[in-house]
Design a protein around this ligand. Structure first.
Ligand code: UDP
Ligand code: MG
Length: 332
């Protein structure tokens, strides 16, 4: 980075946008709003961010009173909050993207954080410090997973291991709590993929990456919006969006079966010449089912990638913004 722009970052407070996706968060949101406001004010007082820094609350098609809570915050604390209402529920990753897309061009840096504030917002000032010393991406990394259930903790560890094995470059224990500079946001906006796995994309956006560690606490109120089904689908999406390893695995399996068959053939030939004829039922039926199963799994796996291509080829929009409130440059 040129010395002059680094100097600018150091000298001036940063124009910050905090992006928060919210889906049916009426229970926890009032508390989160108060905490975020407090944090924002502290950072402004400490000259870390500018007075017009703000929080963008993205309502991901909630069916409860989340939007009312957001509108109230926007009206009560003019300038500090903005609300983005999506036309329908598109899921955490796309909702986050909608918020980041809004922040692109409207800030020096954006920090994304979940609405339940499980991620420690005290790490924000440290993220800004890292940004001001030249980082374009600052990733929040959890120290421990003590507060998670046994299942979530172990499935997460397994997930990172499998992904790494498949060649996906992920920072362990980093979820979606991160700071992205204006440049990183601009780079992100060039990616138009429909199947979004932000965690996997982030390392591709810039090389000046730093990490900040923090402790993750329990959800303050409300329930998790990530049931096991959604978690598995996120994991699967992560694998198939970033790795072709499963497809290679199919070819490897094909070769293996082929060579085993050759060996069996040799064995059978020996049997014929030595006059011992195998009764034959098991040796026919077992490979038949085995191969049938393998073939179906393989086809399914290939189909999974084709489905992905199908979705990408359509180039469908990933979200629709229905309403924006609290944006000073718009007439509402
Ligand atoms: N979320 C969302 N859309 C969804 C599901 C979740 O915007 O369809 C948001 C949710 O409001 C929260 C964040 O994504 O801010 C993470 O969800 P949650 O805290 O329930 O996940 P967990 O921490 O349990 O993995
Ligand atoms: Mg959570």
């Amino acid at each position: 980075m040129p010395q002059s722009s680094l100097q600018k970052r150091r000298d001036r407070p940063c124009h910050l946008a905090i992006v928060v996706p919210c889906f049916n968060e009426e229970d926890v949101l009032p508390l989160s709003i108060a905490t975020l406001l407090q944090q924002l004010r502290e950072m402004i007082d400490a000259d870390q961010c500018t007075k017009d820094s703000y929080v963008v609350l993205v309502d991901d098609g909630s069916s409860d009173s989340t939007w009312d809570v957001i509108e109230e915050a926007v009206n009560d604390h003019v300038g500090s909050f903005r609300g983005l209402r999506l036309a329908r529920n598109v899921g955490h990753q796309a909702a986050l993207l909608a918020g980041l897309d809004y922040a692109n061009g409207r800030c020096d840096a954006a920090i994304s954080i979940d609405a339940d504030l499980q991620d420690d917002i005290d790490a924000m000032p440290r993220m800004i410090d890292a940004y001001r010393t030249g980082a374009e991406l600052v990733l929040g990394v959890r120290k421990s997973r003590d507060v998670d259930t046994w299942f979530k903790r172990n499935s997460a560890v397994g997930f990172y291991r499998v992904l790494r094995w498949m060649g996906v470059d992920l920072v362990e224990n980093h979820a979606d709590f991160r700071l992205m500079s204006a440049a990183a946001l601009r780079h992100l906006s060039e990616f138009s993929e429909y199947n979004l796995f932000l965690r996997g994309l982030v390392p591709m956006l810039h090389s000046r990456i730093e990490t900040v560690t923090y402790d993750r606490s329990e959800r303050a109120a409300g329930e998790t919006k990530y049931p096991t089904r959604k978690m598995l689908s996120l994991a699967w999406n992560g694998i198939t969006s970033f790795s072709v390893q499963p497809l290679r695995f199919i070819s490897a399996m094909g070769f293996l079966v082929f060579f085993i068959t050759l060996a069996l053939l040799a064995y059978a030939m020996v049997g014929v010449f030595s006059g011992q004829v195998i009764p034959g039922w098991a040796s026919v039926v077992i490979p038949l089912y085995l191969l049938g199963g393998l073939l179906m799994i393989s086809l399914g796996m290939v189909g999974e990638y084709i489905a992905k291509l199908f979705l990408e080829a359509k180039q469908r929009p990933r979200f629709f913004v229905d309403t924006i409130v609290g944006d000073p440059t718009r007439n509402e």
